[in-house]
Design a protein around this ligand. Structure first.
Ligand SMILES: Nc1ncnc2c1ncn2[C@@H]1O[C@H](COP(=O)(O)OP(=O)(O)OP(=O)(O)O)[C@@H](O)[C@H]1O
Ligand SMILES: [Mg+2]
Length: 212
């Protein structure tokens, strides 16, 4: 099934919903395959694809911008009772959280500018990420520069007015806007709040609001 994408090289990252692994094919092309983990308990008799996967595919299908990750392919693997959902993405070198923590030098304003371009594009496409944070921003080494792509759209919203009830747990706590903490409705301005937190973190190399 994955032959076009070659063989597994290493694990790139683990999130709440997926494990992301690096694949490389004979032509030397690299891919990041995000696999939804242990989802058999979510399957009903009709094999319904989990919400977050559908939302992520729908969002990725809509977005085409150099600073937003693109979907190369999607496939489902059946192995006995186990079913896995696989998103094939361009493989970055690491995420922005890793870059900040690494102590390596980077150009704060170039990275901030690229995040802003990606967010501005999403705003024009009526897409709210709902989970902007450094670990959801993928970094591609590009000569001496860092190319940035926004990623992880499992809880995104197309159209800013909630299609499903918003929850207090949108965004990771450190990047969560006050209106969400207060249980109010939120919109695209919550992505801007998270961007502000990241801007400070890029500059000072520490989390701005490390809440518990
Ligand atoms: N295209 C990619 N290239 C390189 N690394 C990636 C890529 N996509 C994801 N990763 C790594 O894998 C991690 C998990 O991926 P992702 O955030 O998409 O999963 P998730 O389960 O939806 O995460 P969360 O816990 O934020 O909901 C990222 O934080 C990042 O370190
Ligand atoms: Mg993530």
């Amino acid at each position: 099934m994955t032959s076009r994408f070659g063989s597994k090289q290493k694990k790139l990252g683990v999130g709440t919903y997926g494990t992301v692994k690096l694949y490389k094919n004979n032509a030397g092309e690299k891919f990041a395959i995000k696999t939804a983990k242990n989802i058999t308990d979510q399957l009903d008799t009709y094999n319904i694809i989990p919400d977050d996967i559908v939302v992520e595919i729908a969002t990725l299908g809509r977005l085409k911008h150099p600073n937003v990750i693109n979907l190369i392919d999607f496939f489902i693997n059946y192995d006995g009772n186990q079913v896995s959902y696989n998103l094939v993405l361009p493989a970055g070198d690491y995420d922005l959280g890793m870059l900040i923590e690494s102590g390596k030098t980077y150009d704060t304003w170039s990275i901030a500018h690229q995040i802003a371009l990606g967010l501005n594009y999403m705003l024009n496409e009526n897409v709210l990420s709902g989970d902007i944070k450094p670990h959801n921003i993928i970094v591609f080494e590009n000569g001496g520069n860092h190319l940035i792509k926004l990623a992880d759209f499992g809880i995104s919203q197309i159209g800013f007015c909630c299609q499903k009830p918003h929850t207090k747990t949108a965004y990771t706590l450190w990047y969560r806007a006050p209106e969400i903490l207060l249980g109010d409705q939120y919109d695209e301005k919550a992505d801007a709040w998270a961007f502000g937190c990241i801007l400070s973190e890029l500059y000072y190399k520490r989390v701005l609001l490390r809440g518990k």
